[in-house]
Design a protein around this ligand. Structure first.
Ligand code: NAD
Length: 545
C-alpha cells in the first residue's frame, strides 16, 4: 500500500479543547474521502475526536468523557470516542421521532431509489471503509474489504423491499376480503460489536430504513469509524435528516437505548454477557429485541475428506481475522485417523503472515486490544496447565516494524477435552483447539453437547455422511465442505442455542429481518356488491349466489 498524507479519521471541523464540558453542537466533517483515506499505520499527529451524527450533520460531542481508540497494530492513538451525554442521545431520539411520520409515508419505491444510491456510494467508498476498519479494528485490508462486501450485499438485497413488503389478499367470504400489510415499528436501535465494523451496521441500516423505520445506531466504541463513513453515505444517498442517527458510548449509551420509551425495537450483535442482559432488559421494557451472541464453532473431519481442501479451509477459517469472527472455526474434532493430519494443519498455519493490516501479504493482523491479547494468552496457558499440548504456539510473536501491536500468532492446542477452559470459553483469537472422536456419531454427540450453536462444518466426500451430520447436528448454520457457512442475504443468519437470545425467533436480514422491523396488520373489509351504484336497473331475479 502506498502511504498517504491523510492519516486521521473522523474529525470535527472546528478545533476545540478536548474533554471539555462546554455544550458544543458544532457541525463537523469527516477527514477522509472516497479517494483520500489512511493507507498506513503511521502515527497520527493531530488526533481528532469522533463526531456523532444527527439530522444528517456531524457534530462534536460535549461529553466530559471520551474513550481512547488505538490502532491495534501499533497502539498509537487514532481518535477519541465520546461517551455522549443523555441530552445529546435524547436529541438523537427526538430527531428520529420527528423524521418518522414523513419517512413512513414515503412510498416504498422512493425509499428503494435512495437505497440504490446508498448501494452505489458504498461501492464507491469501499476502499475507504475498509481502510478505516484496518486502522481501527486491525484486520487486513483484504479481509476488511470482505467485511464491507458482506454488509453491502444486505443493502443490495434491501433494494427488493417492494417485493418483501407486498401483502397478501384473500376473499374470505362473499364480498369480504382480508388483506395483510407490513408496517414499520417507529424508532428502532442497533447496538454493534467491534469485530465487523461495517457488516453489522449494514445488517441493520438498510432493512430498518427501507421498511420505513428511523434508526439510532450505536457502533462499537472500539471502532466506530466505518459507521461514521456509512452515516455520510446515508446523507449523500438522500435519506432525509433524522432517518439514521449515530450515537456513541459504552454501557451507559446501551442503558439509555434500553430504557428510552420511544425506541420500539433493538438489534444487538455481540457477546453473551451484554446480549443476554440487553435481551432481558429490552424485552422487559416491552421492546422487540433480536440478539446474536457468541460462539464456539466446530469442524468435524472424516477420513474420507479431501485432505488438502480440509487443511486450507480450517487454517483460513480458524486464523483469518485473527480468529475474531463469530463464525471462526475455532474447534476441530478429528474423527479416527484424521488426528494425524494435524501436522499438515500446523505447517500451513505456521506459514501464515501475521502482520499489520496495511502490509502487503498480511494474512492476519493483531487482536483488538492488549487486554484481549492477555486474555487469549492466559487461556493458552490454562490449556497447558490442564494437560493439553500446544502443537503450535503463537505467543510472543512480533512482526518486524510493529513491536507494540497486540500480536498473537496462530496457535494450535491438541489433546483438548470438554472440561478444559480453552474448550468452554469463546477465545476470540487465532487459536484452534482440537479434540478427538472415534466415529461420526461420537463427533455429533460431542458437538451437540456444546451450549453454543452458531456454525458448524463437516468435511467428507460421502453424501450419506454429510446428510446424517446435517440432520442430527443442532448448530444453526451448517457447512458441508464449507468452513464459514454464513448465508447470503436472500437467506437469514440462523444461529441457534446459546449463540442467540430468545431462542433465535428473530433472525437478522432476509425475509425474517423484514419481519423483525415490521408489524403485520390485517384488514378485513366488507364491500357489499348490493351497495354498488349500478347505472342500469337490474331486472333479473336476484339469486344471491
Ligand atoms: P460486546 O458484547 O463486548 O459488545 C457489543 C456491544 O455491546 C458494544 O456496542 C458494547 O458497547 C456493548 N456492551 C458491551 N458490554 C456491555 C455491557 N456489559 N452492558 C451493556 N452494553 C455492553 O462484543 P464485542 O466484543 O464487541 O464483539 C465480539 C462478540 O460478538 C463475540 O462474542 C462474537 O462471537 C460476537 N458476535 C456475534 C455475531 C453473531 O452474529 N452471532 C456476529 C459478530 C460478533
Amino acid at each position: 500500500m502506498t502511504p498517504s498524507t491523510s492519516s486521521s479519521q473522523a474529525s470535527p471541523a472546528v478545533a476545540r479543547p478536548l474533554h471539555t464540558t462546554a455544550k458544543l453542537q458544532l457541525p463537523a466533517t469527516l477527514d477522509s474521502t472516497a479517494t483520500n483515506f489512511p493507507k498506513s499505520h503511521a502515527k497520527i499527529e493531530n488526533v481528532k475526536d469522533t463526531p456523532y451524527f444527527i439530522d444528517n450533520e456531524f457534530r462534536a460531542s460535549s461529553a466530559p468523557d471520551f474513550i481512547d481508540l488505538h490502532d491495534p497494530a501499533t497502539n498509537h492513538l487514532v481518535t477519541r470516542v465520546p461517551q455522549m451525554t443523555d441530552e445529546e442521545m435524547k436529541a438523537a431520539v427526538l430527531s428520529a421521532e420527528k423524521a418518522y411520520p414523513a419517512w413512513k409515508a414515503t412510498s416504498v419505491i422512493a425509499r428503494q431509489q435512495i437505497m440504490f444510491r446508498f448501494v452505489a456510494l458504498i461501492r464507491e467508498n469501499w476502499d475507504r471503509l475498509a481502510a478505516s476498519i484496518t486502522l481501527e479494528q486491525g484486520k487486513t485490508f483484504a479481509d476488511a474489504k470482505g467485511d464491507v462486501l458482506r454488509g453491502l450485499q444486505v443493502a443490495e438485497a434491501a433494494c427488493a423491499a417492494p417485493e418483501f413488503l407486498k401483502g397478501e389478499i384473500l376473499e374470505v367470504a362473499k364480498d369480504m376480503e382480508t388483506r395483510s400489510y407490513r408496517e414499520p415499528l417507529g424508532v428502532v436501535a442497533a447496538i454493534c460489536p467491534f469485530n465487523f465494523p461495517a457488516m453489522i451496521p449494514l445488517w441493520c441500516i438498510p432493512i430498518a430504513t427501507v421498511t420505513g423505520n428511523t434508526l439510532i445506531l450505536k457502533p462499537s466504541e472500539r471502532d466506530p469509524g466505518a459507521a461514521m463513513i456509512l452515516a455520510e453515505l446515508v446523507r449523500d444517498a438522500g435519506f432525509p435528516p433524522g432517518v439514521v442517527n449515530v450515537i456513541h458510548g459504552a454501557h451507559r449509551a446501551v442503558n439509555f437505548i434500553l430504557d428510552e420509551p420511544a425506541i420500539k425495537a433493538i438489534s444487538f450483535v455481540g457477546g453473551n454477557k451484554a446480549g443476554e442482559y440487553i435481551f432481558a432488559r429490552g424485552s422487559a421494557n416491552g421492546k422487540r429485541v433480536q440478539a446474536n451472541l457468541g460462539a464456539k464453532n466446530h469442524a468435524a473431519v472424516l477420513p474420507d475428506a479431501n485432505r488438502n481442501h480440509f487443511v486450507n479451509s480450517v487454517v483460513g477459517a480458524a486464523f483469518g481475522a485473527a480468529g475474531q469472527r463469530c463464525m471462526a472455526l475455532s474447534t476441530l474434532v478429528t474423527v479416527g485417523e484424521t488426528s494425524e493430519w494435524l501436522g499438515d494443519v500446523a505447517e500451513s498455519a505456521k506459514a501464515l503472515s501475521v502482520n499489520a493490516g496495511f502490509e502487503e501479504g498480511a494474512d492476519l493482523g493483531p487482536v483488538i486490544s492488549p487486554e484481549s491479547k492477555a486474555r487469549i494468552e492466559d487461556i493458552i496457558a490454562s490449556a497447558e496447565k490442564e494437560g493439553a499440548t500446544i502443537l503450535l504456539d503463537g505467543r510472543g510473536y512480533k512482526p518486524a516494524g510493529y513491536p507494540d501491536g497486540n500480536w498473537v500468532g496462530p496457535t494450535i492446542i491438541t489433546g483438548v477435552t470438554p472440561e478444559m477452559r480453552c474448550y468452554k470459553e469463546e477465545i476470540f483469537g487465532p487459536v484452534l483447539v482440537c479434540l478427538k472422536a472415534d466415529s461420526l456419531d461420537d463427533a455429533i454427540e460431542l458437538i451437540n453437547a456444546n451450549p453454543y450453536g452458531n456454525g458448524v462444518a463437516v468435511f467428507t466426500r460421502s453424501g450419506p455422511t454429510a446428510e446424517t451430520f446435517r440432520r442430527n447436528i443442532q448448530a444453526g448454520q451448517v457447512g458441508i465442505n464449507v468452513p464459514i457457512p454464513v448465508p447470503l442475504p436472500m437467506f437469514s443468519f440462523t444461529g441457534n442455542k446459546a449463540s442467540v437470545a430468545g431462542g433465535g425467533a428473530s433472525t437478522f436480514y432476509g425475509r425474517p429481518g423484514v419481519n423483525f422491523y415490521t408489524q403485520s396488520k390485517t384488514v378485513t373489509a366488507l364491500w357489499k356488491s348490493d351497495d354498488a351504484i349500478s347505472k342500469k336497473a337490474d331486472v333479473s331475479m336476484p339469486t344471491h349466489s
